[in-house]
Design a protein around this ligand. Structure first.
Ligand code: DLL
Length: 433
C-alpha cells in the first residue's frame, strides 16, 4: 500500500529529472536569500547556475552543524520571519541548540512525508497511533503527530514519560501503532509486566522506532517482547525531523529516503569524496524543497551506506542502511574503532542478558579501558556467582573475538541501569579530550 503511489514509485529517470530541477531552484534561493551561502559561493568562485547535472553537486561546498551554530538562532533561514510558522530546536550535547524554522509549505511537506512513511511502515487510516515521542522543541512528537493525522489515523498525543499511564491508555484505548524511541519501547514492555499487563496480547501491531541507533538484534528483542512488527524511522531536525527515511514493512531491508525532497550522498568523512554504492560512509543530505532553512550538502555525521537496487515493495526511492552510529559517537579504544551498536549486537545474542546496557570508557596511565555494564534477568542474577563470572567471561571473549577490543563486562542487577523516556544514553566517556 502507498500513500502517494505516483511519487513513491516514480521511475528513477523521472525522479532524477525532478531532483535536478528542484536542486537548481534551491541553489538560486539560497544564493539570493542566505548571506552565509552567498559568501561561501563567492569565496569558492561558484555560481548557483554551475550545477547542470546531479553529478555537479559533488563540487558544491558542505554545510556543517557548526555553520548553524555560528548563525544562531536564525542566520541560515531563507524565508522571512513572517512566513515561519513553526520553530524547533535540537538539544545537542554541547553548546547552544540548533534552531530550525518551517514555512507552512515545509510543514505540509513534513506531514506528507510522515504519512507516507507511516503507510510504508504498515500503518493506515483507522489506526490508533500511540505517539510517545516527546512533544516540544524536539521534532519527534509534533512531527509524528501531524503526519499521523494527515494519514487519517487517530493520534493519542502521549509524549514521553508517565510510563504507567502509558500502559493504561494503550490497553484501554486499544492503540494499534506505537511510536517512540526503541529503548523506550522496551521500558514500556517492562513497565507493563510490572503492572500485570500482558503487552503481547494488546492490539499493538506496528512500532515505528527511531531517533537513536539500535541494532538488528534489538529489533528481534522488541518484536518478541511486544509481539509487533518493529520498523526503523530516521530523521534529524536540521533536515526536517522524523520521516526523512523509513523501512518498508515488506522488506525491512534499508530505509527508503524520500528523494523527491532530499538528495543523499555518502562520503568518506576524512576526504569528503563520495564512496561507491554499498560502502559505509557519512550521510550528507541536500534539501531541495525546503523554504525555511534549506541546507546544501549537510553533513549529518551519521554512518550508513546506500543502495539504488530496486526494492520488492515497488518504491523507487534509494535505501540507506540502518545507521551504524554517528561518527562522533564512535569510540576509539586503544586505537580500535567501535560503535556502541556493535557491542549491543553482541550483548543481545546472549541468553539471559537484558537489553539495558551502558559503556563506560576511562583512561588510566595513558591506557584506555572499557567497561560494559549490562543487566541480567532476575533468575540469572540470583544464580551462583561462578555462573555469572563465567557468563561475563564469555561475553568478554566474544567482544574480543568480534571487535578486537579487550573490555571488562560487569553483569548488574535487574533495573539498575537508568531507563530513558527519549534517547537512551549508552556511553559515559570519562577520558579527558
Ligand atoms: O531524532 C528526529 C527523529 C525523531 C527521528 C523521531 C526519528 C524518530 P534529532 O533530535 O535532531 O532528530 O536527532 C537526529 O538522531 O542525526 C541520528 O544520529 C539519530 N537518529 C535519528 N533516527 C535514527 C535512527 C530526531 N533511526 C539524530 N537510527 C540523527 C539511528 C537515528 N540514529
Amino acid at each position: 500500500m502507498y500513500f502517494n503511489e505516483e511519487i513513491e514509485t516514480l521511475p528513477r529517470q523521472a525522479l532524477e529529472a525532478l531532483q535536478l530541477k528542484r536542486l537548481q531552484g534551491m541553489l538560486e534561493r539560497i544564493y539570493a536569500n542566505v548571506p552565509f551561502y552567498r559568501e561561501t559561493f563567492t569565496k569558492n568562485g561558484i555560481n548557483p547556475g554551475d550545477v547542470k547535472s546531479l553529478d555537479d553537486l559533488r563540487r558544491m561546498p558542505f554545510t556543517l552543524k557548526q555553520d548553524m551554530r555560528d548563525s544562531y538562532p536564525y542566520g541560515l533561514f531563507a524565508a522571512n520571519m513572517e512566513d515561519i510558522v513553526r520553530i524547533h530546536a535540537s538539544s545537542g550535547t554541547t553548546g547552544k541548540p540548533t534552531v530550525v524554522g518551517y514555512t507552512q509549505k515545509d510543514i505540509n511537506t513534513w506531514t506528507e512525508l510522515i504519512a507516507r512513511s507511516f503507510v510504508t511502515a504498515g500503518a493506515h487510516r483507522g489506526d490508533i497511533i500511540h505517539n510517545a515521542y516527546g512533544y516540544g522543541l524536539f521534532t519527534g512528537g509534533l512531527g509524528a503527530h501531524y503526519g499521523a493525522e494527515n494519514l487519517g489515523a487517530s493520534v493519542i498525543p502521549m509524549s514521553g514519560g508517565n510510563t504507567k499511564r502509558q500502559i493504561l491508555i494503550m490497553k484501554d484505548f486499544g492503540s494499534t501503532v506505537l511510536t517512540c524511541t526503541p529503548s523506550y519501547s522496551l521500558y514500556l514492555a517492562e513497565a507493563a509486566l510490572e503492572e500485570g499487563v500482558d503487552i503481547r496480547s494488546l492490539n499493538l501491531r506496528v512500532g515505528i522506532f527511531g531517533a537513536e541507533p539500535w541494532s538488528e538484534s534489538m529489533r528481534q528483542e522488541i518484536q518478541e517482547k511486544l509481539n509487533i512488527s518493529a520498523i526503523d524511522i530516521y530523521g534529524l531536525s536540521e533536515i526536517m525531523g522524523p520521516g526523512v527515511a523509513i523501512e518498508c514493512q515488506e522488506a525491512k531491508c534499508g530505509l527508503h529516503i524520500w528523494e523527491d525532497h532530499f538528495i543523499p550522498e555518502i562520503i568518506n568523512p576524512e576526504t569528503g569524496e563520495r564512496v561507491p554504492e554499498g560502502e559505509l560512509g557519512e550521510l550528507v543530505i541536500t534539501t531541495i524543497t525546503k523554504e525555511g532553512i534549506p541546507l546544501l550538502r549537510y553533513r549529518t555525521r551519521d554512518i550508513t551506506s546506500i543502495t539504488y537496487e530496486p526494492c520488492i515493495c515497488g518504491r523507487s526511492h534509494a535505501r540507506i542502511a540502518r545507521m551504524s552510529g554517528r561518527s562522533d559517537d564512535m569510540l576509539i579504544i586503544r586505537g580500535v574503532n567501535v560503535f556502541p551498536s556493535q557491542i549491543e549486537s553482541i550483548l543481545m545474542q546472549v541468553e539471559g542478558v537484558e537489553p539495558h546496557y551502558i559503556l563506560i570508557v576511562d583512561r588510566k596511565d595513558n591506557l584506555d579501558s572499557l567497561e560494559v555494564q549490562v543487566e541480567v534477568g532476575e533468575r540469572l542474577f540470583s544464580d551462583e556467582v561462578k555462573h555469572l563470572q563465567s557468563l561475563a567471561a564469555t561475553i568478554e571473549k566474544q567482544i574480543k573475538d568480534l571487535l578486537g577490543i579487550t573490555c571488562k563486562v560487569r553483569l548488574v542487577e535487574p533495573k539498575t541501569i537508568m531507563r530513558s523516556e527519549g534517547k537512551a544514553k549508552r556511553v559515559i566517556d570519562n577520558r579527558v579530550r
